[in-house]
Design a protein around this ligand. Structure first.
Ligand SMILES: CC(C)(COP(=O)(O)OP(=O)(O)OC[C@H]1O[C@@H](n2cnc3c(N)ncnc32)[C@H](O)[C@@H]1OP(=O)(O)O)[C@@H](O)C(=O)NCCC(=O)NCCS
Length: 336
């Protein structure tokens, strides 16, 4: 058996790697097209100098026929105390020890990268919430649950008038703020403030057992994020809240949709800084990004969002918008 890093720019290696992932996602969801598309993986796996870059690995009897695949997301400057990864075994090849062998190799790579903790993220489909194969496997290998997230889906489009009704309901709480929005490129005058919000985002959201620190963001990294998202074939629909009295940007929300495969739009970051919470800004930001989705006439059928089980306020907003539980995402942690 060979374990090794694959070259994401090599079609043969990448297609074989992606095939295992795709079959795993199909077995999990019972439908195709869930999860990242090939171009989206590639766009995030080729730039070695990026602040975050995926290294893709396969475990195989021969390089073009992997039975297990994985990835480690290497951060250049941020959160060096841990490394995030994932692992998939081809559904027809399970319970033969391949997952265990590939995991041992991923742990070795994490150690070589001098990351003391490995955090494996696993998505569970709606039919396996709390009972996916990861539950037995991860515990067997000495991992503990670091974080439990719930996936919610919001059917799209919304019934006529619903977004306006929610806007009316929430806007009276936010009279000190302006909500602004844009698609793709952040307006130049906001890019530094936007970088600051992205930097604090990881540390401002609730975590159970992962010591997440603020990240290093500047205007150039915001531009790189926008360019990478564009290379992934995605549009970024962004709303931000500005405090009228001070001009400060105090929150933002990003919705992203693939131009080629717009069926599922994804909610990415939503943040309202602590001292400006309680004004329904989270809901107003989301309604605003949804208005951009509406205006863009994307053929979207649902919006998917993941929230920590601890994030009561964000879950309340998503439920008020009409989102319903559709799966889970577990972060498993092992100190190596
Ligand atoms: C989880 C996964 C990687 C396991 O791969 P695998 O090759 O089947 O795992 P192994 O054969 O090495 O299993 C090792 C042990 O883990 C446990 N295990 C594995 N799958 C299990 C399952 N479905 N239910 C309960 N325990 C399981 C068992 O203790 C097993 O030993 P045994 O077969 O002697 O009983 C695979 O099912 C998969 O790709 N699932 C979807 C993605 C995923 O969950 N990845 C992250 C895992 S943390």
């Amino acid at each position: 058996m060979i374990f090794g890093r694959i070259d994401a720019t090599d079609d043969v290696q990448f297609d074989a790697w992606f095939g295992v992932l795709q079959r795993s996602e199909f077995a999990r969801d019972g439908e195709r097209g869930q999860g990242w598309h090939p171009d989206e993986w590639r766009a995030r796996s080729v730039d070695e100098s990026a602040p975050r870059v995926f290294r893709l690995y396969s475990y195989a009897p021969s390089p073009d026929r992997p039975v297990a695949v994985g990835a480690l997301e290497v951060t250049r400057d941020d959160n060096l105390a841990f490394i995030e990864g994932n692992l998939f075994v081809d559904p027809t090849e399970r319970r033969r020890g391949y997952g265990s062998a590939a995991l041992t190799e991923l742990e070795r790579c994490a150690r070589e990268l001098r990351r003391p903790t490995l955090v494996i993220f696993v998505i569970e489909g709606s039919r396996e919430i709390g009972s996916g194969p990861n539950r037995g496997f991860a515990v067997h290998h000495g991992y503990r649950v670091a974080e439990e997230n719930v996936r919610r889906d919001l059917e799209w489009p919304r019934p006529p008038g619903e977004l306006d009704r929610l806007w009316e309901e929430w806007t009276g709480f936010a009279t000190d703020y302006d909500i602004i929005s844009w698609t793709n490129g952040t307006p130049e005058e906001l890019v530094a403030a936007r970088a600051h919000l992205s930097a604090i985002m990881p540390a401002e959201t609730p975590h159970v057992d992962i010591d997440v620190e603020a990240e290093h963001w500047d205007a150039a990294r915001v531009r790189l994020h926008e360019a990478t998202t564009n290379r992934m074939g995605r549009d970024l629909l962004v709303a931000a809240a500005r405090h009228r009295a001070t001009g400060e940007l105090v929150g933002y929300s990003e919705l992203t949709v693939s131009r080629e495969q717009p069926q599922t739009a994804y909610q990415w970051d939503t943040l309202v800084v602590r001292r400006h919470r309680g004004h329904r800004l989270g809901g107003l930001l989301k309604v605003t990004t949804m208005r951009l989705l509406d205006a863009g006439r994307y053929e979207t059928k649902k919006i998917t969002t993941f929230n920590s089980k601890l994030n009561g306020p964000m879950i309340a907003v998503n439920e008020a918008l009409g989102a319903r539980v559709a799966g889970a995402m577990v972060a498993w942690r092992k100190d190596l």
